[in-house]
Design a protein around this ligand. Structure first.
Ligand code: DP6
Length: 419
């Protein structure tokens, strides 16, 4: 290491993902090894992502991290496991222009600064740990010149948070549970990229909730300890369902995709109810949204919209194409209108060009919406103002990328401290 002044850094962006075959239950709590395979859709990082800048400098005296602008501790075992695994694979790095020369063996002694930011509110209950740990591992791998493919990196991200391993890829992703005790075969693989099935449109209803939710980590631990349904699901149901879901994705078979996603989401929530004490993640609003979608799919004769719910009340709705998504949004806004003082552009975020297509970009237009005829009077009246905080319109998206534009870095290139 020459002139000891430099700060060397990398900034990366990583998407979040939504499981359509759920991961719920670990067979090894430390290595984070699951009891079944899972499959997810990566969400467009333009709308939901984590950006992380990682920096190294001989002037840093300890590892530090800032999350959404606030310093947090890195002492937890999940962070420590990821840092140890990635440091163990670090390579030589040289940047002549900056006078940076790091030998492989130097990484053990050098300290890191890490700054991470989500482009969506953490409080919204969207899977921030998935994008966060995937971004941490991906950006460190780039900084440290780690020569491993995305699947190998996924096995490291998995040790930060299970669902994070699936965020190392874009499109449609499978986390293979693996069978080895050391977890080396518990990795994510890409089933198809984001262009494969690009008709799909995803609308997320961020459902208001006052209730403090059980974290996924402790919830799934309790399910493993007490739910017999979880054992049956992992042994008998998910292995078959995973194969069927892979086929549905390969063939872009929306009817099967919907049937499998909805059934799997419902079974995951049934496992939560089968846990002692029972865990309630969905609320009345979630149930009303399920009703709306089920009734609509039934009346159309063939499925138009799939739904899935994670460890919270938010609905993730996957429409078979843009035309269906426009109708879906109109139906959702009819039943869940914004409060009167809310601007439509802050009520429908992400790809909000859909508002124009739905004829809803003007003032007061929500009041003119007609109830969807086939589900009229079936899910209650239009009195659910405030039940949904906002909607996010998005689509399947790409995997992690390095952001070469230095202006997007979250750390100052001179001091290595948050900007
Ligand atoms: C319901 O990955 O958050 O979202 O591995 O303990 O960090 P840990 O749990 P986490 O669990 C995600 C559970 C889920 C389903 C899924 O994403 O597959």
């Amino acid at each position: 290491m020459a002139a000891e002044k430099w700060v060397y850094m990398v900034t990366a962006q990583t998407p979040t993902n939504i499981a359509v075959i759920k991961y719920w239950g670990k067979r090894d709590e430390v290595r984070i090894l699951p009891v079944n395979d899972s499959i997810s859709v990566t969400l467009d990082p333009d709308h939901l992502c984590t950006v992380t800048t990682v920096a190294v400098s001989p002037s840093f005296d300890r590892d530090r991290m800032w999350l959404n602008g606030k310093e947090i501790s890195l002492s937890g075992s999940r962070y420590q496991n990821c840092l140890r695994e990635i440091r163990g694979r670090a390579g030589d790095v040289e940047d002549k222009e900056k006078g940076v020369k790091i030998d492989k063996k130097d990484w053990e002694k050098l300290h890191l600064h890490i700054a991470s930011h989500n482009n969506f509110p953490t409080a919204a209950g969207l899977a921030s740990s998935a994008a966060g740990f995937a971004c941490l591992v991906f950006s460190l791998a780039k900084l440290m010149n780690v020569d491993e493919d995305a699947s190998h990196l996924s096995a490291i991200a998995r040790q930060g948070s299970g669902s994070a391993c699936r965020s190392l890829f874009g499109g449609f992703v499978k986390w293979e549970m693996g069978s080895k005790d050391d977890g080396s075969d518990s990795i994510a693989v890409q089933l198809a990229d984001e262009k494969h099935w690009n008709d799909l449109v995803i609308i997320i209803a961020v459902v208001s909730s006052r209730q403090k939710e059980t974290s996924s980590t402790s919830g799934m631990r309790e399910s493993v300890e007490t739910s017999l349904l979880l054992q049956h699901r992992a042994k008998e149901v998910v292995p078959k369902r995973t194969l069927q879901m892979e086929e549905a994705i390969k063939n872009k078979d929306f009817a099967s995709f919907t049937q499998l996603s909805c059934a799997d989401s419902n079974q995951f929530h049934a496992v939560c109810l089968d846990t002692s004490p029972p865990i309630f993640y969905m609320n009345d609003t979630s149930h009303r949204i399920i009703s709306l979608v089920e009734k609509w799919n039934r009346s159309e004769g063939t499925p138009q919209v799939a739904y899935t719910f994670d460890a919270g009340p938010n609905a993730v709705l996957i429409a078979r194409n843009r035309k269906v998504a426009v109708q879906l949004l109109q139906g959702l806004l009819y039943y869940f209108p914004p409060k009167s003082d809310t601007d439509m552009k802050s009520y429908v975020v992400g790809d909000n060009s859909i508002l124009k297509e739905a004829g809803l970009d003007g003032a007061n237009s929500v009041e003119n919406l007609q109830p969807p005829p086939e589900i009229k009077d079936n899910i209650g009246s239009q009195d659910q103002k405030g039940e949904v905080s906002y909607f996010i319109c998005t689509k399947p998206g790409r995997g992690p990328v390095v952001l070469p534009d230095q202006t997007q870095a979250l750390l100052d290139p001179e001091t290595g401290l948050p900007k």
